[in-house]
Design a protein around this ligand. Structure first.
Ligand code: CA
Length: 222
């Protein structure tokens, strides 16, 4: 079942651009271009997550957030303007789950959406797959071309993150944050080492899904 994301954003160009990226990542995206319509769709569509712009005609993002929070736990990510720290604070204060600052990188937005969704739904047991590779998050079993492979804890955690976000460029920081909840001592270089070892194990024949994106990070291509 696909998750429906409601985008409440009055700048149509931005709203449509976000929709394209979300749909590419497998979501259903719906748009509302003003606050009133947004609130109405939030009630009727029952979306899995709402991307909520702050500055909106009719009802602003903060008002919508407050109204929704009276009777709904729907995950909300606020879209805030760059440098307006008070917007972030007020946004989280009104009950938003996360915020993202404009202008933003669409891949980063997709990662945030998935993270907030995952957090809100709890850790559901799931078997993730990418070509000949599959990973069971509950049993921690990894199969490569039908064979069980052994990974270290760190390798497993990193691979899980890749498999949760296939085809998305992940920065080293995002990998550290997602895989180790930021409890990671030696940072960037250590991530590179883990990934190098991981590649040695899972890259067989022509199967080489972990790509280095120079200047950005890594991507699992599925
Ligand atoms: Ca706006």
């Amino acid at each position: 079942m696909t998750n429906t994301i409601l985008i409440i954003e009055d700048e149509k160009r931005i709203a449509e651009w976000i929709s394209i990226y979300l749909e590419r990542a497998g979501f259903t995206a719906e748009n509302a271009y003003d606050g009133k319509m947004g609130l109405q769709l939030a009630r009727t569509l029952n979306p899995d997550l709402i991307l909520l712009d702050l500055m909106l005609p009719q009802l602003n993002g903060m008002e919508i957030c407050r109204i929704l929070r009276q009777d709904s736990d729907v995950p909300i990510i606020m879209l805030t303007a760059k440098g307006r720290k008070e917007d972030k604070i007020n946004g989280l204060d009104c009950g938003a789950d996360d915020y993202i600052t404009k202008p933003f990188d669409p891949d980063e937005l997709v990662v945030r959406v998935k993270t907030v969704l995952r957090r809100s739904k709890g850790h559901v047991q799931k078997i993730l797959s990418c070509g000949i590779l599959s990973l069971d998050e509950t049993t921690q079993k990894v199969l490569l071309d039908g064979q069980t492979i052994k990974l270290s804890k760190a390798q497993f955690d990193i691979l899980s993150v890749f498999m949760r976000y296939p085809n998305v460029v992940l920065t080293r920081n995002q990998l550290i944050e997602q895989a180790f909840d930021n409890n990671f001592e030696s940072f960037d270089r250590a991530i590179d080492t883990h990934i190098r070892r991981l590649r040695k194990i899972i890259h067989i024949h022509n199967f080489a899904p972990i790509q280095t994106i120079y200047g950005a990070g890594y991507k699992l291509v599925c």
